[in-house]
Ligand binder design. Structure first.
Ligand code: CS2
Length: 494
């Protein structure tokens, strides 16, 4: 068995596609914060594909982790010369394995914040891209503004040279660039937030403004923040993935990434200082990404949340497991058709019915085994972006809210009981875990207790149409935890 390293590349099994370009020539034009599975199946994959077909040596990627939890991935990547395997699993069983070579370095911010700031400020860096999760933007959900009450944000204002949050790092690096008369970089969000570039700009400018108003003005006029829609289902890496490479490819890779074949990236073409020609390898550059991102977040991500929350309570383990159950497959499609689609805008060149068909097929890919646990983690940051806007827009137009109400009721039940229908534990991995549990546990006395979490649900608790619908669902579930009964009832009455 061969360890994955640069030196061993020529000796690996034929089924492992390897970089055809000279990695020693790569410069880090991109600094990426958040080197998880998704970055490695998406931006790093696109960049590697580009390097394989054309000259793009200026666009190597330096990974950055900000927190202690990122130490492990950094150590593993370093030991593998920043190489990793992408395992693409097709629905019919075909498996493609490629070694991705676009990552060339990694810095851990909590160990050495100055090194991250210097890297972002260096002359080579043209883009700082982000996958910091929906919750990582520190938006106060009640106001839509940067949450200055967050202790890390306060820390960063007091200690600008050793920040903890992404906005502290970006501000320090941009300040350095300005003082060294270097152009500003592009900040490229790759998270599932509508208008992810606009949100990033707003939060960064709010932070920079508190530090130095003139610096904030410079950032506003010089930096760019393209909005983008990103898509590729990327489950958590499992020990089986590592074992597969060992037995089937004779390769020792401590952290490969598994994903589906489908990939999509729609980006607004607005960059401060150049960009890779990602369109050569399938990315789409458009003037306005709004309809694409809304479609993707409201159908794919919300569809995932609906399946994940209902499926967890029912005892399904994976998204494809849910889809193999006709009740769940029908339910999620009806949610898409009856509740999510009517509040979407027309998407240029996209047939929504065909898009939904493809989502159903992708969710059903039996080889991806995306766990419902992954979908449900950090739901307090996901549900308000993925699902609540569909509910509020349907309330405003008199549309259906029944399917989404049941998903919220399932979430409450999940947080309160912490077990599925068979008594198997359901873990809550969420920055708001304590608040979620506390609010959910009030349900038996007050059916609307969970909705009191205003930072998640906003005004829903005062809505005359939502509250009876939600109460009905939550009471039905508490009376009979078999959620399939209520699902069946909704399907037959809708
Ligand atoms: C998922 C996403 O986190 C989630 O809840 O919906 O990670 C989803 O798999 C990706 O956005 C697919 O592009």
């Amino acid at each position: 068995m061969k360890q994955l390293t640069q030196k061993n590349l020529p000796f690996l099994a034929d089924e492992l596609v390897r970089p055809s370009y000279d990695r020693s020539r790569l410069e880090a034009g991109i600094v990426h914060v958040g080197v998880g599975g998704f970055h490695r199946s998406h931006e790093a994959f696109y960049t590697d594909a580009l390097m394989n077909v054309s000259e793009a040596a200026a666009w190597g990627i330096c990974g950055v982790g900000l927190r202690e939890a990122d130490r492990k991935i950094g150590e593993i990547l370093r030991a593998q010369d920043y190489l990793y395997t992408l395992i693409v699993k097709h629905p019919q069983g075909r498996i493609e394995t490629s070694i991705i070579g676009s990552l060339i370095d990694f810095i851990l911010g909590c160990d050495d914040p100055g090194a991250v700031i210097d890297k972002m400020a260096s002359a080579d860096t043209k883009i700082v891209s982000l996958t910091i999760t929906e919750g990582g933007y520190n938006v106060d959900p009640a106001t839509g503004e940067l949450d200055f009450g967050n202790p890390d944000v306060r820390h960063d204002l007091e200690h600008p040279a050793s920040p903890k949050t992404v906005f502290g790092f970006l501000t320090a690096a941009l300040e350095k660039r300005r003082s060294q008369r270097r152009p500003a970089f592009t900040v490229q969000s790759c998270d599932n937030i509508q208008h992810n570039g606009d949100v990033t700009r707003k939060m960064l400018l709010a932070f920079a403004q508190r530090r130095d108003a003139e610096l904030a003005r410079w950032i506003e006029s010089q930096a760019r923040f393209p909005n983008a829609m990103v898509d590729r289902i990327t489950p958590v890496t499992t020990p089986e993935d590592i074992a597969f490479l060992a037995t089937e490819r004779g390769l020792k890779d401590a952290w490969p990434v598994t994903c589906e074949p489908f990939n999509q990236w729609v980006i607004e073409d607005d960059f401060a200082d150049g960009r890779p020609a990602w369109e050569t390898v399938g990315a789409q550059f458009v003037a306005d990404v709004t309809p694409y991102e809304k479609m993707k977040i409201r159908l794919l991500n919300a569809g995932h949340s609906v399946l994940g929350l209902l499926g967890s309570v029912h005892g399904h383990q994976t998204i494809d497991g849910c889809m193999a159950d006709p009740l769940f497959a029908t339910f999620v499609r009806r949610f898409m058709d009856v509740e999510a689609t009517p509040v979407l805008d027309p998407v240029p060149g996209i047939d929504l019915a065909a898009y939904k068909d493809s989502l159903i097929e992708r969710f059903g890919n039996p080889n991806i085994k995306d766990s419902v646990a992954r979908i449900c983690l950090e739901s307090s940051a996901k549900v308000p972006t993925f699902l609540i806007p569909t509910i509020t827009e349907n309330l405003a137009r008199g549309g259906s809210i029944r399917f989404a109400s049941l998903a919220i009721a399932a979430w409450c039940f999940y947080c309160d009981k912490g077990v599925d229908r068979h008594g198997a534990p359901l873990e809550i991995v969420d920055a708001m875990k304590d608040e979620l549990q506390r609010a959910a546990k009030g349900t038996p006395d007050d059916p609307l207790s969970f909705l009191k979490l205003e930072s998640i649900f906003g005004d829903l608790i005062r809505d005359q149409r939502f509250t009876p619908s939600y109460s009905e669902m939550v009471q039905a579930l508490y009376a009979n935890p078999d959620i399939s009964r209520k699902m069946r009832q909704l399907l037959s009455s809708a």
